[in-house]
Design a protein around this ligand. Structure first.
Ligand code: 5GP
Length: 114
């Protein structure tokens, strides 16, 4: 259960963000510590899932919607091409346990790993 994370507070409006996209199930906003010319986070509004593995099993349609929103944002903010990263677990760098997609786009000269 991911209810108490910073992303839960963003979903509830407690922490304000610049909303770049919103659907019934998903929101997107800029990462506060960008690692690429375009670095956007796409998250489900649901606070029920810590990782993409859990989301994929329970709500595959929401995961597909996250990918579609990532594509739309990459087209709006770059040339439509993008890298999608899901950190799944603390040992690989996940720090916020509310599933989120890192959308990296723009001119990625280095193989940045978020
Ligand atoms: P993770 O390492 O869990 O995959 O990535 C979490 C990401 O969330 C980091 O890139 C970090 O910069 C971003 N982040 C953490 N807290 C906030 C916040 O309050 N606002 C925004 N916009 N991004 C955040």
């Amino acid at each position: 259960m991911a209810a108490d994370t910073v992303f839960g507070k963003i979903v509830s409006g407690e922490i304000p963000v610049e909303l770049l996209a919103e659907t019934d199930r998903v929101i997107a906003f800029p990462d506060m510590n960008p690692q690429a010319p375009v670095h956007i986070l796409v998250i489900p509004k649901s606070t029920a899932y810590d990782t993409v593995v859990e989301l994929a099993a329970a709500e595959p349609d929401t995961l597909a919607e996250m990918v579609a929103v990532a594509q739309q944002l990459a087209a709006e903010h770059a040339n439509g091409e993008f890298r999608l990263i899901f950190n799944s677990g603390a040992t690989v760098g996940q720090t916020v346990f509310h599933v989120h997609a890192h959308v990296l786009a723009g001119n990625l000269e280095e193989r940045s790993l978020v």
